[in-house]
Design a protein around this ligand. Structure first.
Ligand code: FPP
Length: 245
C-alpha cells in the first residue's frame, strides 16, 4: 500500500513547512557543480506542490533562500536568483491551472529588482486562487522577521496606538511576516541535518518535526506522504495532559 493510500482518510496537516536541504551534496555525489543540485531541486518543488494540492493541504511554506544564503559565493547566489526567476516564469500557468495562491515571506527589498518584480507579478496573478497557499520564504530568516516585528510594535507604542502592557504573544504573531497564516502543523527537513536554520522559530512552538535523509532533489510525492503518515502517529498535546485531549 502506498503512503498516499495510507493517509487518505487520516487527518491532513493544514500547514506544512519544508527546509529543502541537500542540493549541493546531491550534485557533488554525481560529480557536478552545486547549481546542478538546485536545478534538480525545482522538480522536487513541483512534485511537492502537486502532492500537497492533491490531498488538500491548505498552506505549504518552502524555505528557498535564507538571509544567510547571501553570504554564499556570488556565482551560486546569482545562479539561484536566475533559477527562481525562471521557475516563476515556467510555472505560472501550472500554478494557475492548479488554483495555487502564491505568497512571499522575507525581505523583499533585499532581492534583485528582477526577482522582486517577477515574484510580485506571480503573487498578484494568483491572488484570487482558492486552493493551496504556497508561501515562498526567500531572503527570509526568523531573526530578521522578529526584529522587524519588534520595530513595528515599538512604533505603535511610540505613537500611542498600543499600551506596552497590552502586548501579548498575539500582538507579536500579528506583526510577523506570517500574520495571515496559521502556524505549521508539520515541519519537514531533508538531507539528514537536524537544525532549524533560522526558520519560523516563533511559529513552530508546537509544530511536529520530521527529518529524513533523502536529499531534496530526490524528494518525491511518496516522501511527502510518508512524512504525513509519520505525523499521524504523533500525539499532539499542546502542553496539556493526555486525559485533557
Ligand atoms: C539548500 O541546499 C537549498 C537551497 C539553499 C535552495 C533551494 C532552492 C531550490 C530548490 C530551487 C528552486 C526553488 C523554488 C521555490 C522554485 P544546499 O545548497 O544547502 O545543499 P547542501 O547542504 O547539500 O550544500
Amino acid at each position: 500500500m502506498s503512503f498516499k493510500e495510507k493517509i487518505i482518510n487520516k487527518s491532513i496537516p493544514k500547514h506544512i513547512a519544508i527546509i529543502m536541504d541537500g542540493n549541493g551534496r546531491w550534485a557533488k555525489k554525481k560529480g557536478n557543480k552545486r547549481i546542478f543540485g538546485h536545478k534538480n531541486g525545482v522538480q522536487a518543488v513541483k512534485d511537492t506542490v502537486e502532492a500537497a494540492g492533491e490531498i488538500g493541504v491548505q498552506y505549504l511554506t518552502l524555505y528557498a533562500f535564507s538571509t544567510e544564503n547571501w553570504t554564499r559565493p556570488k556565482t551560486e547566489v546569482d545562479a539561484l536568483m536566475t533559477l527562481l526567476v525562471n521557475a516563476i516564469k515556467n510555472e505560472v500557468d501550472s500554478l494557475m491551472k492548479n488554483n495555487v495562491r502564491v505568497k512571499h515571506i522575507g525581505n523583499i527589498n533585499s532581492l534583485p529588482k528582477k526577482v522582486a518584480q517577477k515574484l510580485n507579478e506571480l503573487i498578484n496573478k494568483t491572488s484570487s486562487n482558492t486552493g493551496l497557499t504556497l508561501i515562498l520564504a526567500i531572503s527570509y530568516s526568523s531573526k530578521w522577521e522578529i526584529t522587524d516585528a519588534i520595530k513595528k510594535i515599538s512604533k505603535q507604542v511610540k505613537n500611542n496606538n498600543i499600551d506596552v502592557n497590552d502586548i501579548t504573544d498575539e500582538t507579536i504573531s500579528r506583526n510577523l511576516a506570517t500574520a495571515e497564516f496559521p502556524d505549521p502543523d508539520l515541519l519537514i527537513r531533508t538531507s539528514g541535518e537536524y537544525r532549524l536554520s533560522n526558520f519560523l522559530l516563533w511559529q513552530i512552538a508546537y509544530t511536529e518535526m520530521y527529518f529524513t535523509d533523502t536529499l531534496w532533489p530526490d524528494f518525491r510525492k511518496e516522501n511527502f506522504y510518508e512524512a504525513i503518515y509519520e505525523f499521524n502517529k504523533r500525539n499532539r498535546r499542546f502542553g496539556k495532559t493526555e486525559d485533557q485531549i
